[in-house]
Design a protein around this ligand. Structure first.
Ligand SMILES: [Zn+2]
Ligand SMILES: [Zn+2]
Length: 157
């Protein structure tokens, strides 16, 4: 049995194709542009820099609390299916000529299916001079000092 499950959870983008993010360091929100898969403009990096405070963090560190809650709920049915499949296998393995076991009922974690997230079209687009292929959105009063998402260089929009 493979003990790793991958559950794709899609998060909503705003009308310009940006995804809301929260910095694990300063906890300010911003958005980065969500490139389509295989987009040659997408920078290959192993960390991003916060446009608000300039601190770097790994690619998986930028979830907003609402996104985490949503992902948890959206993944629950797949996790339930996975557990049920594993339990079925286990019970099948217990069966023999002399022993018949059958489990009744179905496992459920009881996590409610979440309301879909709504992404408002707020914030303004800024492009760093060094990496204009990776634009970000920050709130309108934060554009006079922004850090490049890719390399962390400060710039004024
Ligand atoms: Zn930050
Ligand atoms: Zn840059």
């Amino acid at each position: 049995m493979n003990d790793e499950i991958n559950i794709p959870v899609s998060l909503p983008l705003d009308a310009d194709g940006f995804l809301r993010r929260e910095c694990p360091n300063c906890e300010e929100e911003f958005k980065w542009f969500s490139h389509a898969e295989g987009d040659p403009d997408a920078e290959q990096v192993d960390q991003y820099f916060c446009p608000r405070c300039g601190q770097g963090a790994g690619l998986d560190s930028w979830w907003t609390p609402a996104q985490l809650e949503y992902a948890h709920g959206a993944a629950a049915p797949a996790i339930d299916d996975f557990v049920n499949g594993a339990l079925d296998d286990l019970f099948k393995g217990l069966n023999s000529k002399h022993l018949k076991v059958k489990r009744s009922g179905r496992y459920s974690s009881g996590t409610p299916t979440p309301e879909s997230l709504h992404e408002p079209d707020d914030m303004v687009i800024v492009e760093s001079p060094c990496h204009p292929n990776e634009p970000v959105k920050v709130s309108g009063d934060a554009t006079d000092r922004v850090y490049c998402l890719v390399c962390g260089s400060p710039f004024a929009a």
